[in-house]
Ligand binder design. Structure first.
Ligand SMILES: Nc1ncnc2c1ncn2[C@@H]1O[C@H](COP(=O)(O)OP(=O)(O)O)[C@@H](O)[C@H]1O
Ligand SMILES: [Mg+2]
Length: 416
């Protein structure tokens, strides 16, 4: 039995001494501030691009690029929420739907969430992607609206699935009579163009908007504004603010990283019972964040990348050694079946393995098998406990950690 006095002390200390944060929530990634300094230009351009819908005509498709943390999501949501209230004011028949493709995971679910946005009911599974798309199109036409579709982090969907979904969506207007669609695509990967069919690319990027990384001075202003809401007056030192900005600028001008540093530094200072956040707290925060990077990379992987990692995880558990692409594909196939998601080709899986290798999550090397030729051997580059930690709490993939692949039960792997 623990000593209840100890806990009492912990809680009392937290309540009485935590005098740094005014509102921790404003440092969350999805908090949308009222002002977005250093993005006035992007706000204006995006505003001009979508404005035609207020006069009931379709706006251009727009493609937005920029590295993570450059404000793409914040700016887009900001512009669209203002557009929404203007549209109400003018009685313009405008609707919009924001979908984060990485979180949504599949074409089926993207179309399902677009449909739900229009009030249509789509079963969780059971229809083909084509059927969901048809229902969406028919339902949309009946609503007589200008429908703006925001596909955020669309790069993750396209790398997993190819550009079929964009192909369908960019052609949908041909089949609509009473409604019109405009697409705002957002990509963290600046090379997305290379993954797209040229026709899809050209219709999608009727307009293009690039978000450059922030420099240290810009990050400092962003942090300063946010810190006024987040912390009590006088609790954030100048030095801490500057070092947060400088570290994030050196990374790749990532405002998200800067805000993370600030939040974690605040938490470190709070735990130490400090009365202000200093440079040392930021240094400490940087170490914490560094440690969490692998975890973050895992969490942010696409569904199929996660399934590949899980497959390697299971193969490693069975044999303790590395696996071949063929073996990974067999387990992956089984996991997809269990979860009811459709398979990628073995070739695409090979591409994912290479990407995961480049990210430092997998390690693959080509080894000679003597007279059997050469083969690629793949193993986890990260610890098994990190996989368990991240996937164990994932609502969809959680049970796949303890799942025992039938493939492993019925084959003696050395015989393959
Ligand atoms: N110009 C800005 N002013 C204030 N906050 C910003 C600005 N740009 C980004 N942010 C904040 O930084 C974080 C990351 O921005 P986000 O829009 O999610 O980046 P992206 O979508 O490009 O990855 C969010 O919390 C956002 O509110
Ligand atoms: Mg974003």
């Amino acid at each position: 039995m623990g000593n209840p006095n100890v806990l009492d002390e912990v809680f009392e200390k937290f309540v009485n001494e935590a005098k740094l944060f005014k509102d921790r929530e404003v440092l969350r990634h999805d908090y949308l501030p009222d002002r977005l300094p250093h993005r006035e230009e992007q706000i204006r351009i995006l505003g001009q691009a979508v404005a035609p819908v207020l006069k009931a005509s379709r706006c251009s498709n727009i493609f937005i690029y920029g590295k993570t943390g450059t404000g793409k999501t914040a700016v887009t949501k900001f512009v669209l929420s203002h557009l929404e209230s203007k549209a109400k004011e003018y009685g313009a028949p405008v609707k919009f739907c924001y979908v984060n493709c990485r979180m949504t995971g599949s074409e089926y679910r993207v179309f399902a969430s677009l449909s739900q946005n229009l009030g249509l009911t789509i079963p969780f599974t059971g229809l083909s992607v084509g059927e969901v798309f048809d229902r969406f199109r028919t339902g949309l036409d009946a609503t007589r609206t200008l429908f703006i579709i925001i596909l955020d982090e669309v790069d993750s969907l396209i790398k997993d699935r190819g550009d079929g979904i964009l192909y369908e969506l960019t052609r949908i207007n041909e089949a609509l009579h009473q409604s019109k669609v405009a697409i705002i695509g957002i990509s963290n990967d600046l090379r997305l163009k290379e993954f797209l069919d040229p026709r899809v690319f050209s219709s999608l990027s009727e307009e293009e908007l690039v978000f450059r990384p922030y420099d240290a001075g810009e990050l400092r202003n962003i942090l300063l504004e946010r810190s006024k809401l987040a912390f009590l007056d006088g609790t954030l030192s100048e030095a801490a603010l500057s070092i947060c900005s400088a570290l994030a600028a050196a990374e790749h001008g990532d405002a998200r990283r800067a805000l993370d540093l600030l939040r974690v530094a605040g938490e470190v200072a709070e735990r130490q019972g400090a009365s202000a956040i200093t440079e040392e707290h930021v240094r400490e925060a940087e170490k914490h964040i560094e440690h969490n990077k692998v975890i973050e990379a895992l969490k942010n992987s696409t569904l199929h990348s996660k399934l590949v990692l899980l497959s390697v995880y299971h193969l490693g558990k069975a044999s303790g050694s590395s696996a071949t692409t063929g073996e990974i594909y067999d387990i992956y196939n089984e996991l997809c079946g269990e979860l009811g998601v459709s398979l990628l080709t073995q070739r695409r899986l090979g591409t994912l393995v290479n990407e995961l290798d480049a990210m430092g999550l997998l390690n693959s090397k080509v080894v000679s098998m003597g007279r059997y030729g050469r083969t690629k051997k793949i193993r986890l580059e990260i610890s098994r406990s990190q996989i368990q930690e991240v996937f164990g709490t994932d609502s969809r993939l959680g049970r796949m950690i303890s799942y025992a692949p039938k493939f492993l039960a019925k084959t003696t792997r050395t015989a393959r």
